[in-house]
Each structure stands twice: as structure tokens, then as C-alpha cells.
Ligand binder design. Structure first.
Ligand SMILES: Nc1nc2c(ncn2[C@@H]2O[C@H](COP(=O)(O)OP(=O)(O)OP(=O)(O)O)[C@@H](O)[C@H]2O)c(=O)[nH]1
Ligand SMILES: [Mg+2]
Length: 324
């Protein structure tokens, strides 16, 4: 990779510690969707395929519904998929019918989606939110990698000011991806970090700003209010920006993730979802449940801990990898 840039990292509050970086982002192979879905494919999906191949009886269809539920597809949706698959006359096989119905439950993919600036010459803004430990900061590193390799300039905003270690963790990702970095001292107002990061990004003509936020439980209203304030600050500094508000959901959380997502959606208006740790779960069916319950698109899936392990979500490729 021959990308070169001059990054001015440093502390947005003091304006100090400018560092010259003459390095490109680390290059990392793209992750493998099929490998990432191996547990789900070999788990509930393998059993579903086994049943469907033998010309399913009524009892078999019931078993398929139960298996879909066990894979986190959700009760209502599993029933709908089975009912519609059974009624389908056009499919060459029961497996093809279920596959088509599952694909039809997903929102249409936006091939090549990328965040857009609200106004020409301004940066596109991504605000990354979610409960504790879902993979927000790691996802930001992976996103930065993706956009840097494409040749975009990226600025990471350390608006998780809750722990000093969180700021350091993001700084390491900014170094690895040769992204710019704005932080304040631990304990500072996260909304102020975002304001300064947007200022810096405009001044430095950055293409994309990605803001990290502290993990928070959706039940803590003061912390949810803090998030709403961050969202408002973006509108204030960049009117019309229409930031991408990405909710990072840990796929291993199961159906609890849906109630988390709903509260975050009410507070900050989610525009996209990243489903992480798909490699660690046999319940990849949560993808169908989350899109169905929120009507917010899954933008990316996380399939591992390496920089390249974030893949754009393509509905047909996803269902294809589930069936194998
Ligand atoms: N296997 C796997 N692990 C992941 C994935 N994404 C993140 N992780 C791991 O999940 C753990 C938590 O990741 P973080 O990025 O620190 O999570 P966070 O949401 O920023 O956490 P807080 O800031 O504490 O709320 C780390 O060990 C990551 O390596 C993924 O797609 N697959
Ligand atoms: Mg974090």
C-alpha cells in the first residue's frame, strides 16, 4: 500500500502534541464471511438443511421453525418464514423456499454504501454507539482501515472519555491505520470532543470523522441523555450533516440486543447497525431479527479481531454463506 499522508494527531483541547506521520495504514487481508459464519452454518442451519432435504412433513416444518428460533431469528419471524416457504409454489425445493424467504426478510442491500457528507467539502460523520464491550472501538479501527485503504483521510474522535484506557485504545487504532486523532483529557465532556473533532476535520479537509463513545446501558437515562447531546452537537457544528449513527451489537447477546437497540434508536435515531462477533456465535439468525424489528439496515458484520475482519453486509451473500 503506497498511501502517504501527514497526520496531525494530538489533543484537541490543548492543541498540543502534533505529530508527523509518514506511514500508510497497515494492510490486512479481508476477513472471510464463510469462515465467520461457520458456527451458525454448522449449527442450527446444518440441522435445518438436513430436515429440508428429505421432503419435510408437518412435524419437520415445525422442527424447522424451532431451529430458526434457536438460531435467534425470533418467534414471529420464524413462523412467518416457515408459513410462507411452505406456501411457495415457485421454489425448486423446500431448502430454496426457506432460503428465498429468509433473504426476503432482509432489507435490500445498498451495495458499496459509504457515509456521505451533509454538504460538499465537509466530512462525513459516523457516531458509534452501543452497550459496553460490544466491539465499538475495534469496529472503528476496522472502519478506519477500510476507508484509509480506499484513500480517504480519516479522523478518529475519542469521545469515550470515561476511561483513560479507552482513549489510548483508540489512539493505537489511529496509529495502525494512519488516521488523525482528536482527544481531550479523561473525564472531559464527550460532546466537546466531538465539537473539536469536527472543527479539526473541517480545517484539515478530512473525508470521514468517526467518533467513539463510551459503552452504556440503555437503561441509564443520564448516559442516554449524554448521547443525545453528542448527536445534537453534530447538528450544531455541521448543520445538515445527517451523520451515520451506527449501533454496534454483539451477535452473541441474543434477543436482549433487540431491546437495547430499540432504546438507542429512540434516543439518537440509529441509521445503521454493525453486528460484531458473528464468528463467536452459532446464532447468526439475529441479523434477521434486528433488521425486522428496527427496519434499520445492517451495514457491516464483524467476523474476527483483525483489521480486515469487518465486511460490508450483503443480504444474498450472507444467506448464501449461512446455507453453505
Ligand atoms: N471474535 C470477535 N471479537 C471481536 C469482534 N469485534 C470486537 N471483538 C472483541 O470484543 C472485545 C471488546 O471490543 P471493544 O472494541 O473494546 O468493545 P467496546 O464496545 O469498545 O467496549 P467498551 O468501550 O468497553 O464499551 C475485544 O476483545 C475485541 O477484540 C468480532 O467481530 N469478532
Ligand atoms: Mg470502546
Amino acid at each position: 500500500m503506497d498511501l502517504l499522508l501527514t497526520a496531525r494527531g494530538g489533543d484537541g483541547q490543548s492543541g498540543s502534541s502534533e505529530s508527523e506521520l509518514a506511514v500508510g495504514p497497515e494492510v490486512d487481508a479481508a476477513g472471510d464471511l464463510s469462515a465467520g459464519l461457520a458456527r451458525s452454518r454448522g449449527g442450527f442451519m446444518a440441522r435445518i438443511r438436513g430436515i429440508l432435504r428429505s421432503g419435510p412433513s408437518d412435524a419437520d416444518w415445525e422442527a424447522v421453525e424451532e431451529l430458526l428460533i434457536s438460531g435467534d431469528v425470533g418467534g414471529g419471524l420464524a413462523m412467518e418464514v416457515v408459513e410462507r416457504a411452505r406456501a411457495r409454489k415457485d421454489a425448486p425445493s423446500a431448502e430454496a423456499a426457506v432460503r428465498a424467504e429468509l433473504t426476503a426478510r432482509l432489507l435490500p442491500g445498498e451495495h458499496g454504501w459509504r457515509p456521505q457528507p451533509g454538504n460538499p467539502g465537509e466530512p462525513a460523520v459516523i457516531l458509534v454507539v452501543g452497550v459496553n464491550g460490544t466491539g465499538k472501538t475495534t469496529t472503528i479501527g476496522k472502519l478506519a482501515h477500510l476507508y484509509r485503504v480506499e484513500g480517504s483521510s480519516v479522523l478518529l474522535a475519542a469521545a469515550d472519555t470515561f476511561r483513560a484506557a479507552a482513549i489510548d485504545q483508540l489512539r493505537i487504532w489511529s496509529d495502525r491505520t494512519a488516521s488523525q486523532f482528536v482527544s481531550h483529557a479523561p473525564g472531559a465532556d464527550p460532546a466537546a470532543v466531538i465539537y473539536d473533532a469536527l472543527d479539526a476535520a473541517v480545517a484539515r479537509h478530512c473525508d470521514v470523522v468517526i467518533a467513539d463513545t463510551a459503552g452504556r446501558l440503555h437503561t441509564k437515562s443520564n448516559l442516554m441523555d449524554e448521547l443525545a447531546k453528542m448527536r445534537r452537537v453534530i447538528d450544531k457544528r455541521l448543520p445538515g450533516a445527517e451523520p451515520e449513527v451506527l449501533f454496534v451489537l454483539d451477535a452473541t447477546t441474543g434477543q436482549n440486543g433487540l431491546s437495547q437497540a430499540r432504546v438507542f434508536n429512540e434516543t439518537v435515531g440509529l441509521t445503521g447497525i454493525v453486528l460484531t462477533k458473528l464468528d463467536s456465535t452459532a446464532k447468526g439468525g439475529i441479523v434477521f431479527a434486528i433488521e425486522d424489528s428496527l427496519r434499520v439496515p445492517v451495514r457491516f458484520v464483524g467476523v474476527g479481531e483483525k483489521l480486515g475482519d469487518l465486511l460490508p453486509f450483503e443480504p444474498e451473500a450472507f444467506v448464501g454463506a449461512l446455507f453453505g
